[in-house]
Design a protein around this ligand. Structure first.
Ligand SMILES: C[S@@+](CC[C@H](N)C(=O)[O-])C[C@H]1O[C@@H](n2cnc3c(N)ncnc32)[C@H](O)[C@@H]1O
Length: 265
């Protein structure tokens, strides 16, 4: 990964399918955002790492003018298709660009919305500083966490353990938690407000489905595991699960939540 970031080109095909959430919770979290930062006062939103538009489209539907950047041509192609399929035109523009070097003037935006991005950038602090540069001085930077989608976290954990045992530990690219980003922003003089435990749900996910997304390398943590290790680890994981649960048709209850962190000077 010589670029210092992880493009989602390889994951664009399955991305939306693996990143589902409770629609009611998601909608309510965005409505909350609108109530705190109404589009008439905060009209222009930057979403770096816009991906397929999972967040940008509903933001545009709520009255914001959204500008996105992403390094992945394939994620942007999905976004382009989705926008063209909408019944009415949406105020979204997007560019293929690296968040570390944004093609915008200082203080161009009135809000930055960042969703699951800093995990994929080695010099994530540089990305943070670049985002701050292009939003107004009094503007909020909002981070949103939308939950674990179609993942069963304990399975991911076991996959990682088996890779490490096989001598090929999985690699993290960027920061490993939003708390670390908030600490960094605090050191730059920002205050953070967390809105947690407000939008919660749980989903039953079949082992079969969860294993198949790991197998198809739909998650970034599988990216740098060599093919031979990946295949044998997936096989081992499936065997262990069959032994423990009788069959891969068994379902696991996964608790989930959406949360927001609103960061301002
Ligand atoms: C997990 S996806 C999140 C997409 C979207 N924000 C969402 O929540 O659905 C991360 C996105 O960040 C993009 N990305 C990774 N490194 C980037 C960088 N340096 N600059 C811009 N986008 C980047 C990836 O290509 C991918 O589309």
């Amino acid at each position: 990964m010589s670029t210092g970031y992880l493009s989602f080109d390889e994951m664009a095909g399955q991305y939306d399918e693996t990143r589902n959430y409770d629609e009611g919770c998601f909608s309510s979290a965005l409505d909350y955002l609108v109530s705190r930062f109404p589009p008439d006062r905060f009209p222009s939103v930057l979403e770096p790492g816009i991906g397929t538009g999972r967040i940008a489209i509903p933001l545009a539907e709520r009255g914001y003018q959204v500008t996105g950047v992403d390094v992945s041509k394939k994620m942007l192609a999905v976004l382009d298709r989705q926008i063209k399929q909408m019944s009415q035109p949406l105020p979204i523009s997007f560019y293929q660009a690296d968040v570390q070097v944004l093609p915008f003037l200082d203080e161009s935006f009135s809000l930055a919305m960042v969703v699951h991005l800093f995990y994929f950038i080695r010099d994530w602090q540089r990305a943070v500083r670049e985002i701050i540069r292009v939003v107004r001085k009094d503007s909020p930077l909002v981070m949103m966490h939308t939950g674990t989608g179609a993942e069963i976290p304990s399975l991911n954990q076991r996959y990682k353990e088996l890779c490490a045992e096989a001598g090929s530990p999985t690699q993290e690219v960027g920061v490993n938690s939003n708390t670390v980003v908030v600490d960094y922003l605090s050191s730059l003089g920002y205050r953070a407000e967390w809105v947690k435990d407000r939008w919660q749900w749980s989903t039953r996910i079949s082992l079969d489905r969860a294993v198949s997304f790991i197998e198809s390398r739909s998650y970034s943590f599988t990216r740098f595991v060599p093919d031979n290790v990946h295949l044998s680890v997936v096989k081992k994981l499936a065997k262990e699960l069959r032994q423990k649960f009788g069959s891969l048709e068994a379902e696991i209850e996964v608790p989930n939540q959406i949360y927001l962190v609103m960061i301002q000077k």
